[in-house]
Ligand binder design. Structure first.
Ligand SMILES: CC(C)=CCC/C(C)=C/CC/C(C)=C/CSC[C@H](N)C(=O)O
Length: 438
């Protein structure tokens, strides 16, 4: 399994790093880094970077660069909650990792719910119907810990609070633990690498519509095909396909594909996405905005926030270069590139509050992930006989890794459905069955 994250957050759990060594190393990478010829980088944040949790008035927790001080601070503030959280996430992750074994044995699932059920039974499907807040309260975590540690992790990874479903909540917590790695050169190398490795022919363009057509190649033997129309730089064009796989979120503001001439029609499903804004600022952070009287004592490289309507940012963090990291341990009173996540585009006034000076700003507003609101129902994988949809899995949890799993599941599903291999689809008790297989 390859755990790849674009969002750099790796904070309090660093204290439990010693427990964490086996995390993402016990399974062979699902995306083969050899196959794609990519190099990995172990730390997501600037080395030596410290994290603080800001509630809009003050820092409720600040990491120390001393391991033992950190451990004591964590115990003092949150008791055993951080350790219990680590074990809670680890337990979910252990079940989740069954997918790699199922997929290695070519098993596929015809719906996202069935896939989740095969991994963690009713516990997993139930996770879609409750918030991370409810799930963690039920599991005995303190409200203080949920508000000051869990909520900031949701805000940095998904731009939303603790009302998101508990499965994506657990994924988000897995994303703030230590031991994750990122791709040297940027995660986009995974996409270009996969396209290259698959030898696919890429036609750059925008798909506008898919038409269901029936061809009679021989009398009495109608064959269903799909006429895909796309817009390219050379104009409107298209082609006919046996199987279509859609790997873009469907919806009016996203991949707005029209499905024509389908009987029964391709189902419509609600698919709300959440707007997030990322602003990269090269400048000096204004430490006094965060309550620091003496800016020279400010050594944080990441600021996570709790829920507070007065706050206009979700998080702030120094960005480490995706290439070779130079100047290790240097932090960040001097000018640095900061990544700011917010719900709305930051105004000039807001930027002037956050930064004492800056010389360049780059902003990107996008629908990065679903707007989560449990109970969740995932969109179907099979939209029509041979039309498949990958992005439905994002409603359970949006992460690069989830997309890769959905893609492999769809490839297996399309293959087995095409060749009638029903024994490889939606099998129950796979975990037990595969225990005896090598
Ligand atoms: C079910 C659990 C606990 C984990 C599943 C494994 C998984 C999908 C791990 C991903 C962890 C991660 C890097 C989360 C960060 S949030 C998603 C991130 N913003 C992204 O866009 O990839």
């Amino acid at each position: 399994m390859a755990t790849i994250s674009s969002s750099g957050s790796n904070s309090l759990a660093a204290c439990f790093e010693h427990l964490d060594k086996r995390r993402f190393h016990r399974h062979p990478p699902f995306i083969s880094i050899k196959l794609l010829n990519i190099a990995v980088r172990l730390q997501l944040l600037v080395p030596g970077s410290l994290t603080g949790i800001y509630n809009g008035e003050e820092f409720v927790f600040e990491e120390s660069s001393w391991y033992i001080v950190n451990l004591l601070k964590l115990l003092w503030h949150y008791g055993l909650n951080p350790l219990r959280m680590y074990m809670w996430v680890e337990d979910i992750l252990d079940k989740f990792m069954r997918i790699y074994r199922y997929q290695t044995h070519d098993y596929a699932f015809s719906s996202n719910e069935r896939l989740l059920h095969a991994l963690g039974g009713n516990d997993f499907t139930r996770m879609l119907n409750q918030t991370i807040d409810e799930a963690m309260q039920k599991a005995g975590f303190s409200l203080k810990f949920i508000n000051e540690v869990v909520c900031p992790a949701m805000r940095v990874n998904y731009g939303q609070g603790v009302n998101i479903n508990s499965f994506v909540g657990a994924v988000s917590l897995a994303g703030v633990e230590s031991g994750l790695w990122s791709v040297k050169g940027g995660n986009k190398l995974v996409c270009t690498g996969l396209i290259y490795a698959s030898k696919a022919e890429v036609i750059p363009g925008t798909v506008l519509s898919i038409d269901g057509v029936t061809e009679l190649f021989s009398p009495g033997d109608p064959v269903k095909l799909y006429q895909v129309t796309y817009n390219t730089t050379s104009g409107l064009t298209g082609d006919t396909y046996d199987i279509v796989v859609i790997a873009a979120p469907l919806g009016r503001k996203m991949a707005d594909i029209a499905f024509k001439n389908f009987d029964p029609p391709v189902p419509d499903f609600p698919n709300p996405y959440h707007q997030t804004v990322v602003t990269f600022v090269h400048g000096r952070l204004n430490a006094s905005f965060f309550g620091y009287r003496d800016p020279s004592t400010f050594h944080l490289g990441a600021i996570f926030t709790t829920e507070n309507p007065k706050l206009f940012i979700n998080s702030l963090g120094v960005v480490s270069p995706v290439g070779d990291v130079g100047g290790e341990g240097k932090l960040p009173l001097q000018s640095a590139v900061w990544k700011v996540f917010s719900k709305e585009v930051l105004t000039k006034e807001q930027l002037n509050l956050l930064f004492s000076s800056y010389d360049s700003v780059k902003m990107k507003k996008w629908l990065a992930y679903p707007h989560y609101s449990p109970p969740e129902k995932c969109p179907p994988i099979v939209l029509h006989d041979n039309i498949y949809y990958l992005n439905g899995i994002e409603r359970a949890a949006s992460a690069m890794e989830m997309s890769v799993i959905a893609a492999k599941n769809t490839a297996l599903l399309a293959y087995h459905r095409w060749y009638g291999n029903t024994d490889r689809i939606d099998q129950e008790d796979l975990h037990e069955k595969l225990k005896t297989e090598l």
